[in-house]
Design a protein around this ligand. Structure first.
Ligand SMILES: Nc1ncnc2c1ncn2[C@@H]1O[C@H](COP(=O)(O)OP(=O)(O)OP(=O)(O)O)[C@@H](O)[C@H]1O
Ligand SMILES: [Mg+2]
Length: 355
């Protein structure tokens, strides 16, 4: 097992596309590290450079203490799982799982033991004697994952391995991956553009945008205090409301007189935006204490919650998360207030967190 150090990684493809710009990552030994970002932000390129499948333009990659820049993939001792997997169609599950071990020349007794163990962990025991065409898509994907996990590499690199699964199975396999990683204690770098997956899996998450790292933090850190406006708009569903504010007499004032509690150390001379989570706002009957007048634009009832889109005279409508018991209809006049807490505040020009 080993940590992974990426130092000033830069990748420019031959056609001139810059996919990764001076990325630094320090991934701990035994860590489940998630790289999250929108399509095209450089996730796969970074992962392929770690694996040795793509040569970086500049920068260093270390696995454990070894500088691996010049090592071919097979000598880096990592296992990689891709979004599109391929099982050997003529082999039964047990032989698909055994394949990487036999290729390494492991004794047959050890092969059988390891296959049995990984089949137990991935709940594939019933499926060991079936060939891929008699497995569902989700079962095939679990076999592909198990085939990577059967080896004991120094690190696992996974590129959106759950993309082809339906929502329920995704959640199941995600839980299995998390348990397995904890059980094996092997460093894992997991790439996804799905923030729910990132939040539920990662010990830490790196948020990438246009080839750069915008933030690295625990799921709670990136949720509570996004480092940039990009992260604020990317994490959360619906994401933070970005509300233009002014500092006034120890409070923050938004449009229509909405009052927020300011964090310490706010600069006074800059245009500021507060990041307010939908659950940190409330809609009430009009005229209630500390509210500003607002109008319901739409209400989306999701069963366990209602998401209100509310117009309170700001540049953008805000989204408010409420329990399903509080019901207002579209076009109804309501009161809007901040439910409490201190929102992170951003400088509009640098787009970075200031307090
Ligand atoms: N072989 C290539 N030649 C030129 N440009 C490439 C090549 N491969 C990727 N790119 C570009 O590099 C950028 C990063 O691509 P990459 O595949 O790393 O993104 P990604 O974050 O994995 O996206 P996705 O979520 O869609 O998989 C994109 O702009 C992409 O078009
Ligand atoms: Mg990709």
């Amino acid at each position: 097992m080993a940590g992974i150090e990426v130092t000033s990684l830069h990748k420019r493809y031959p056609d001139g596309t810059v996919a990764v710009e001076h990325v630094d990552l320090s991934i701990g030994d035994g860590e489940l590290f998630v790289m999250l970002g929108p399509s095209g932000c450089g996730k796969t390129t970074t992962l392929r450079a770690m694996a040795g499948l793509e040569r970086q333009t500049s920068g260093d990659i270390r696995i454990g203490r070894t500088l691996v820049n010049d090592l071919p993939p097979a000598e880096r001792d990592i296992a990689m799982v891709f979004q599109f997997y391929a099982l050997y169609p003529h082999l039964r599950t047990r032989d698909n799982l055994a394949f990487p071990l036999r290729a390494e020349g492991k004794p047959e007794k050890e092969v059988r033991e390891r296959v049995a163990e990984v089949a137990r962990m991935m709940q594939l025991e019933r499926l060991l004697d079936r060939k891929p065409q008699r497995l569902s898509g989700g079962e095939q994907q679990r076999v592909a994952l198990a085939r990577a996990l059967v080896r004991r590499p120094r690190a696992f690199l996974m590129d959106e391995p759950l993309t082809n699964l339906d929502a329920e199975l995704r959640a199941d396999v995600r839980t299995e991956i998390k348990h397995l990683q904890a059980e094996l204690g092997t460093t894992m770098v997991y790439v996804t553009h799905d923030q729910v997956e990132a939040m539920s899996l990662g010990h830490r998450i790196a948020i990438l945008n246009k080839g750069r790292v915008e933030q690295v933090g625990t799921p709670l850190e990136v949720y509570d205090r996004p480092a940039t406006l990009f992260c604020a708009a990317f994490i959360g569903s619906p994401p933070m409301n970005l509300i233009q504010v002014q500092v006034a007499e120890g409070t923050l004032r938004g449009p229509g007189g909405l009052v927020l509690t300011p964090p310490d150390g706010l600069p006074r001379d800059r245009a500021l935006v507060a990041g307010v989570r939908p659950e940190a706002l409330e809609v009430t009957a009009p005229g209630a204490e500390r509210t500003v007048p607002a109008r319901v634009v739409s209400a989306e009832a999701l069963g366990d919650e209602i998401i209100y889109v509310v117009d309170h005279g700001g540049a953008n409508d805000v989204r408010v998360r409420m329990p399903p018991t509080i019901q207002f209809a579209a076009d109804e006049q309501v009161g809007l207030r901040h439910a409490g807490g201190t929102p992170p505040v951003y400088d509009t020009s640098t787009e970075e967190l200031v307090a």
